[in-house]
Design a protein around this ligand. Structure first.
Ligand code: AMP
Ligand code: ZN
Length: 466
């Protein structure tokens, strides 16, 4: 597997820490609202990464946190805790809000065929681990207190600006650095917030520094090392995390453990809406439910994300989604057609056909080449259209490819017609026989709206139902 490592800004051959294994940590959702389809693009990318390793024979341990406290309005130390804001907005307890949006997140992920991480960990259930880590940072001289708040002293970590190629001299008060008179240096960041800064915070805990709540960055450092160890393979997130969240995570984790914690950093590019940011805080966003309400299959959105490489921005449009839905439908129709024709398909028999093996190799080479799904998808279509392959081989290849594409093609079943649907097909046949083409056409349209596609043959009417 070759993957792009943000740390080195280059594509590298993946070398696991333990042969045959890979540990992946993904920054999870902040559960103060629905995840939008932009957030979910990042989770689809992480799902593809996991599937790519699994299909290449690796044992994957995929860990994801749930941010249910500590993420402020800005990714730096400014504004209110997003869960507190949501609590005011919805006039409900932040605990209740967090659980509801967490459930919605997993529901939407499932609808997009995103595999559930092996370990999901809530920040609010790991406060002790965070406190222990902060204590270690104190012992090692990287932390200091001011008015009950605890800060990381950036001046003690020489490599701080390396990851994001930051120019700290210009950053005394920018988006990633907020002014706080308690800080020794404005680039320092909070590990623990106290009552002195947030007197009205609802979610708070006792700590050696007084009551308060953890900073967002320490959550990921504490939970990633708890579940994957003080040195692990891959850490992922969206590109917005590079300059603040992941820069701060590296500082905390590497200083606490005394070694480079993460071997490969991978970041997914943004989904944009009308070329602008899709953003929960600005209420400019689309959810999986919006797509369903508009009549789309959530997997059409998954398909759409496969058409752009994960490191390139993808501008969302409904017309692009329409094309994705049509392509997905065509794939499903093919599967149905071949399923009917090859009901006894034995997938365990290896493919011998040399042309088929070429397609197979090309597909998997693209996947192994830094998850190049757009070219893997292009190979899939060339294969499907190839006049040289039998339907049976195409079906086998397509189902194999779907182990990474994740379009649920294996679940497309040869369905039964409901009695009224069978009656419509019969009525249409009679209309055709009596020359009532207008009525026959109307019935065809009605059937299509119900997901039934028909084909007239010399023996009657053939149908497929999606
Ligand atoms: P959040 O719930 O805001 O903590 O974000 C969850 C994940 O979504 C993070 O990995 C972000 O980097 C990522 N993300 C946020 N906005 C977008 C977007 N428009 N497109 C793709 N990923 C995003
Ligand atoms: Zn994180």
């Amino acid at each position: 597997m070759k993957i792009y490592n943000t740390q080195t800004r280059s594509i590298e051959e993946f070398e696991p820490i333990v042969e045959g294994n890979v540990g992946i940590y993904a920054c999870g959702p902040t559960v103060y609202n629905f995840a939008h389809i932009g957030n979910l693009r990042t989770y689809i990318f992480e799902d593809l990464l996991r599937r790519a390793f699994e299909t290449n024979g690796y044992q994957v341990k995929h860990v994801m946190n749930i941010t249910d406290v500590g993420h402020l309005q800005s990714d730096a130390d400014e504004g209110e805790d997003k869960l507190s804001l949501a609590s005011k907005r919805e006039k409900r307890s932040p605990w209740e809000i967090a659980r509801d949006y967490e459930d919605a997140f997993f529901q939407h992920s499932k609808q997009l065929n995103i595999r559930k991480p092996h370990e999901t960990c809530r920040a609010t259930e790991h406060i002790d681990d965070m406190i222990t880590m902060i204590e270690k940072l104190f012992e090692k001289g990287f932390a200091y207190t001011a008015h009950g708040n605890v800060y990381f002293d950036v001046s003690k970590f020489d490599a701080y600006s390396d990851f994001a190629r930051l120019n700290l001299a210009d950053q005394q008060s920018t988006d990633r650095v907020s002014f706080d008179e308690n800080k020794r240096n404005q680039v320092d960041f909070a590990l623990w917030f106290s009552d002195s800064k947030y007197p009205h915070q609802i979610m708070k805990w006792n700590s050696p520094w007084g009551e308060g709540f953890p900073g967002w960055h320490i959550e990921c450092s504490a939970m990633s090392s708890k579940y994957l160890g003080s040195k692990f393979d891959i850490h992922c997130g969206g590109i917005d995390h590079i300059p603040v969240h992941h820069t701060n995570e590296i500082a905390q984790s590497d200083c606490c453990h005394g070694n480079q914690t993460v071997n490969y950093w991978m970041h997914g590019a943004f989904l944009t809406l009308d070329k602008g940011k899709m953003s929960k805080s600005e209420n400019r966003f689309i959810t999986v439910d919006t797509l369903i309400e508009k009549g789309y299959d959530p997997l059409a959105y998954r398909y759409l994300t496969l058409t752009t490489h994960y490191r390139s921005e993808l501008n969302f449009s409904f017309s692009a989604l329409d094309s994705a839905q049509t392509s997905l439908k065509t794939m499903r129709e093919r599967v149905l057609e071949w399923r009917k024709a090859h009901a006894d398909l034995d997938r365990s028999v290896p493919i011998q056909d040399t042309r088929a093996i070429e397609f197979k190799n090309k597909f998997w080479d693209s996947v192994r080449n830094d998850l190049h799904l757009p070219s893997a998808l292009a190979t899939t279509w060339t294969m499907l259209r190839s006049p040289e392959l039998s339907g049976e081989i195409k079906l086998k290849l397509l189902l194999e490819f779907d182990s990474v594409l994740g379009l649920s093609l294996d679940n497309v079943v040869v369905d039964q017609l409901a009695p009224d649907e069978a009656a419509l097909i019969e009525e249409r046949l009679q209309c055709r026989q009596s020359g009532d083409w207008t009525k026959a056409d109307e019935i065809r349209q009605e059937l299509e709206q119900r997901g039934i596609k028909i084909k007239d043959t010399k023996n009657g009417t053939d149908w497929t139902k999606l």
